[in-house]
Design a protein around this ligand. Structure first.
Ligand code: PEP
Ligand code: MG
Length: 560
């Protein structure tokens, strides 16, 4: 017979780690709009213009407040708030609400129905549009609160440092967070690229997303949130929790003191590089110890363009990144258009399943000019700046594609490589390396295609976790092929930004790690604290596991 105890035993809830760091604090929750009683009947025709005026004033007030907060925030937080303010005044949903008011609906009902209409549409469109659904619902609740004379819904201001639980956080919630008081974040929904994740990264608040079971934890309960392991532990042993927090603080201190270059404790060099999307980001990355750029996502420069930028225009943009990293390695990726990053001028066909469709290098088949112009621009930028970059193609699936790309890149005097994002390319990495000079593993897409799970889906986030041993087995194959050919193999997906996983990648044979600049110090300092032998032992142990959670535990046991 078991003994009874008044102390609840700890429960470990698992999610997807987004921002590293460990915190032990009480839970607070986002306040939501209370149930509003909407009058069922229509309003008199004579009163409709006034109701339309009330609605316009409320929407404007909400947008103005968001814009005000954007002006007081910085960086990504400011951009996210400004984008939400713009959405608050978007003519499409405002027009839909106006129409309903003109037909007799009270403003609250009109807002609710109009937003529902667009939520359905965005959800059907999927991808990046589906991620905006949280933003739209947030705007709806704020406008309804304003119309109803209620306080604005959102995050409460805690008196003591607390961990915020939510279903998903709207940009306006996350952007206003005070990292001194909200010391951890856990959400039920959201993926690693959701707004919650972007802002948490910027503010450096330890964060785990897609956690199931958060609803069962009461506000005020003490929890241990581990943004590296991706766990939330309820009712942990307070002494053990305090020890974990202290160890994480030591890691954070080591990160602040790390100045590069990348190497293990026993001197095995691993280049630590930055992922950037334009010249401004490259300049910002220079403030970190990053030794170069491992991934320049060129398509992000042109998401709003209707027409193809000229060669000169492209060369000027690429030149900014090359100049920021003069004398250092820069890897330019050719346009990765399609799927969640459509480019208007790439002429994407209508496809039932764009992630498996004409994207990345496949665009060049139907539109060879696009690739030719881009390579010409990259080469021109190299000449103009005196920093000749490496160039790589996304979404390579066959050795023939690699061969064709390499020939084109070499004809412009560029050093060619390809991304390993498709399992077929990892399996035949040795054949691909017959043609190119380096590989760069995109673990975001590699996980998506290995696990047959949409990387944008919060429901499938546990499958697209880069700790999945099947994904890491493919990384090992590519790294082994690189070692045999004597050619470098880097990782530039989100996996490289996880300090513990980065050490495992080194053990798997990866020669460089490229990541969001915010992750550079934590990754570089973690690699500096472990030996190559420890990394190899962790890699071997991880490959012997059967799940992402076991893989993390196996690595932790050998690397801490
Ligand atoms: C990846 O797939 O891991 C990658 C780095 O490319 P992107 O995230 O831009 O698709
Ligand atoms: Mg990719």
């Amino acid at each position: 017979m078991g003994t009874t105890s008044s102390v609840a035993s700890p429960i470990v809830l698992r999610g997807v780690p987004v921002v590293p760091g460990v915190q032990y604090a009480p839970v607070i929750r986002v306040s939501r709009l209370p149930e509003i009683q909407v009058p069922a009947g229509d309003i008199d025709e004579a009163d409709r213009p006034a109701e339309a005026g009330r609605f316009a004033a409320a929407a404007t007030e909400v947008a103005t407040r968001l814009r005000d907060r954007a002006a007081h925030a910085t960086g990504a937080a400011s951009e996210v708030l400004a984008a939400t303010a713009t959405l608050a005044q978007d003519r499409a949903w405002i027009g839909a609400a106006d129409k309903r008011i003109a037909a007799g609906a009270p403003a609250v009902r009109a807002v609710s129905e109009a937003v529902d209409q667009f939520v359905d549409l965005f959800t059907q469109l999927g991808g990046l549009m589906a991620e905006r659904v949280t933003d739209l619902r947030d705007i709806r609740d704020r406008v309804i609160a304003e119309l109803s004379g209620l306080p604005e819904p959102g995050v409460p201001l805690p008196d003591i440092p607390s961990i915020l639980f939510a279903e998903d956080l709207a940009p306006a919630d996350t952007a206003g967070l005070d990292p001194q008081l909200v010391v951890g974040l856990a959400t039920t929904l959201g993926g690693p690229t959701s707004h919650t994740a972007i802002i948490a990264r910027q503010l450096g608040i330890p964060c785990v997303v897609a956690v199931s079971g958060l609803d069962s934890v009461a506000a005020g309960a003490m929890v241990l949130l581990d943004g590296t392991a991706g766990t939330v532990t309820t009712d942990p042993d307070p002494t053990a929790a305090a020890k974990d927090v202290a160890a994480a603080q030591r890691n954070a201190l080591a990160a602040r003191q790390w100045t590069g270059p990348g190497a293990t404790a026993d001197g095995h060099t691993v280049a630590i590089l930055a992922n950037v999307q334009d010249g401004a980001a490259a300049k910002a990355a220079r403030e970190t110890p990053a030794e170069g750029v491992g991934l320049f996502r060129t398509e992000l420069c042109f998401l709003n363009r209707d027409t193809e930028p000229t060669v000169e225009e492209q060369a000027a943009i690429y030149g900014e990144v090359l100049e920021a990293y003069a004398g250092h390695k820069v890897v330019v990726r050719t346009l990765d258009a399609g799927s969640d990053k459509p480019l208007k001028f790439a002429g994407h066909p209508d496809e039932a399943n764009p992630a498996l469709g004409v994207r990345g290098i496949r665009i060049a088949e139907g539109n060879p000019g696009l690739l030719a112009h881009q390579l010409e621009a990259v080469a021109a930028a190299g000449k103009a700046t005196g920093n000749q970059p490496w160039v790589m193609a996304p979404m390579i699936a066959t050795a023939a594609e690699a061969k064709s790309f390499a020939a084109k890149a070499r004809s412009h005097g560029l050093t060619p490589g390809v991304m390993i994002e498709v399992p077929a390319a990892a399996l035949l990495a040795d054949k691909i390396l017959d043609h190119v000079d380096f590989l760069s593993i995109g673990t975001n897409d590699l996980a998506q295609y290995t696990m047959a799970a949409d990387r944008m889906s919060a429901d499938l986030a546990a499958l697209t976790d880069p700790w999945q041993p099947a994904v890491l087995a493919l990384v090992e194959m590519a790294a082994r092929a690189g070692a045999a050919a004597g050619k470098p193999v880097g990782v530039c997906g989100e996996a490289a930004a996880d300090p513990l996983l980065a050490a495992v990648l080194v053990g798997l044979g990866v020669t460089s790690l490229s990541m969001a600049p915010a992750a550079i110090a934590a990754v570089g300092s973690r690699i500096a604290q472990v030996t190559l032998q420890q990394c190899r032992a962790a890699a071997e142990a991880v490959l012997a596991t059967g799940s992402a959670a076991e893989a993390r535990e196996a690595a932790l046991a050998r690397l801490s």
